[in-house]
Design a protein around this ligand. Sequence first.
Ligand code: HEC
Ligand code: HEC
Ligand code: HEC
Ligand code: HEC
Ligand code: HEC
Ligand code: HEC
Ligand code: HEC
Ligand code: HEC
Length: 421
Amino acid sequence: MPTRTALIVLSQLLLALLAALATPLRSASADSRDRFAHQKIVSEKCEVCHERSSPGIVHDWERSLHAKAEVTCIDCHEAAPSDPDARAHEGAYISAVVSPKDCSRCHPRQVAEFNQSLHAKAVSFLLNLEGDRAGDDALAYKVEGKAAAVMGCEKCHGSLVKAENGKLDPQTWPNGGIGRINPDGSRGSCSACHTRHRFSVAEARKPETCGTCHMGPDHPQYEIYMESKHGVIYASEGRSWDMEVAGKAWDTQHYRAPTCATCHMSGLGELETTHNVSDRLSWELEHPLTIKTDDWEGKRTRMKKVCLSCHSKNWVENHYVQFDNVIGLYNDDYFKPIKEAMDQLYKGGYLTEEKFDEEIEFKFFEFWHHEGRRARMGASMMGPDFTQWHGFYELAKHRLELEHMMRELREQKDRTRFAEK
Ligand code: HEC
Ligand code: HEC
Ligand code: HEC
Ligand code: HEC
Ligand code: HEC
Ligand code: HEC
Ligand code: HEC
Ligand code: HEC
């Protein structure tokens, strides 16, 4: 782009000249015009140089709505000199970290909603890691090793990004985890769904985006969705759907089946768009024992409004009847009795208090965390293979094996206790 570069250089000279001419006539509005002119020079410098050093970034940005709206490099990357992550860079203070707080200058509603969701709390378990931990986090940080957690758990959940004198700590950066804690104290990473520098709505509406994190043996929402009729329709014709339509105008004229975003985030009919992904969920399916969320009825009503754009009342009500029956079955027939028996083993001294130092603890963990979740999540989002073969079949088999292991543990320990006496 030699002509474009030349034009920019020319315009920079002109602006500098104008600024020099305006100096004697200073007023408040001239000040803000100067600031604007200065910003423009600085940001065009960023573009020109980065077009050479990292053209991919500049080309992505040029294709974004931000470029059209004249939102430039410095609007997002500017830092206060005193910020721990600020570095002096080509005549400006900048940071590589662009947090939700930076976006909130122009998108306050999306950031406020995001802050209410569980996404914004996804690193809670990192905040009190010190001391004696008991839970799946203990698995990562004590049993597996920290390096695994940094490139595993923290890539999805987020890290505690640390910086000193403009230098970002390589133990914690790069990181794009959904709930990462930024050096400015804000939580989250908007580019987890809208990758830089396109910041596209179409990308965020596609299930592949959510699938980065919502997949695998313990929360296979992506696989469940792709198995469901909704996902099958998306796979067969989704490529021809217009995913760019702004806001609530994106509706059933543009797609025949919902994506993750449609059910959990999009506006539709009476429903407003939300960045609070927790807003339509009546159950906490990720917990060992399934429990209701606060205001579960309101949340369920909102989810049903999504379904009712394409289905009849009966279809939707009866889906929830079948789904609730699955939750009852899992809670009462599988989780509660096995949990009760495990608690008895701890109480009787058959197991140490330490987590993940005995084989049966891995088995019990997978019982609720893998197959137990798959069974419930499969039922919530119409994935029968996950409810059945990856879910209840495994639950039934492992319930038997767990009972067997518990009996053996007791017998063995009782024998040694008897011998010691
Ligand atoms: C003269 C060329 C040049 C100019 C002008 C320039 N940059 Fe850079 N910038 C670079 C190079 C080269 C790198 C990569 C090497 C490095 O990290 O220091 C870089 C790195 C960066 C990084 C990554 C920093 C990190 O810690 O990972 C950001 C963000 C950035 N520039 C933004 C900007 C912004 C915003 C402007 C305008 C205020 C700007 N740059 C102006 C050349 C330039
Ligand atoms: C709408 C806000 C926004 C604008 C405008 C913007 N950036 Fe960024 N930039 C980001 C975000 C978000 C990241 C990812 C860092 C993060 O996760 O916090 C990023 C990352 C970067 C990085 C580090 C990327 C890497 O992979 O190492 C560089 C360099 C950078 N931006 C340069 C630029 C330049 C040059 C421009 C102007 C052409 C620009 N940015 C415009 C938000 C923005
Ligand atoms: C200086 C103001 C400003 C900042 C800072 C800013 N944006 Fe924007 N953003 C805009 C404007 C203006 C538009 C285009 C008009 C609109 O849709 O609101 C836009 C549009 C968007 C869109 C819609 C794009 C589409 O395809 O429809 C997304 C997504 C977005 N911004 C995300 C972000 C994120 C994430 C950040 C922080 C990393 C950010 N923005 C920072 C002003 C800003
Ligand atoms: C970068 C990883 C990542 C991406 C991408 C991501 N999520 Fe999440 N999501 C998480 C994590 C981690 C949690 C669990 C947070 C916790 O419970 O601590 C979560 C939780 C959720 C929940 C449960 C909230 C609750 O209250 O129980 C929903 C619903 C959800 N995400 C939907 C989505 C959708 C829809 C998308 C895509 C548009 C998406 N997520 C993209 C990581 C991600
Ligand atoms: C592939 C991305 C990914 C990885 C890797 C990952 N998680 Fe998660 N995690 C998620 C998602 C997505 C959820 C939300 C599941 C849901 O709500 O259905 C979640 C849920 C959780 C929860 C439940 C939070 C709650 O609200 O009760 C905890 C705790 C957790 N993860 C800890 C960890 C730990 C510790 C590691 C590393 C051993 C880890 N995760 C690895 C994506 C991931
Ligand atoms: C879990 C994925 C996800 C994350 C994280 C996320 N977004 Fe979005 N965003 C979406 C989806 C999906 C849409 C489109 C909703 C729809 O269908 O209309 C969207 C739309 C937008 C829009 C267009 C206007 C609107 O509200 O529809 C803006 C602006 C935006 N997001 C900004 C942000 C900012 C700022 C952040 C960081 C706080 C952020 N997003 C984080 C998924 C996400
Ligand atoms: C047809 C609508 C629909 C689609 C499409 C959909 N979901 Fe769901 N999702 C639901 C319903 C319904 C629930 C259970 C709601 C409840 O608890 O009342 C749920 C629950 C969840 C949960 C919460 C699990 C928990 O731990 O409580 C997550 C996370 C989630 N979905 C993510 C996704 C992702 C990621 C996709 C796409 C790959 C997706 N969903 C596609 C309707 C949908
Ligand atoms: C954008 C339209 C749309 C939305 C929104 C939608 N669905 Fe569907 N759904 C469909 C279509 C189309 C089919 C395929 C029907 C067929 O098999 O002919 C379908 C199929 C189903 C099936 C049958 C699955 C099977 O295995 O046969 C169930 C159950 C279902 N949807 C429930 C829901 C629920 C519950 C919601 C809300 C949480 C919902 N749907 C939201 C369009 C939608």
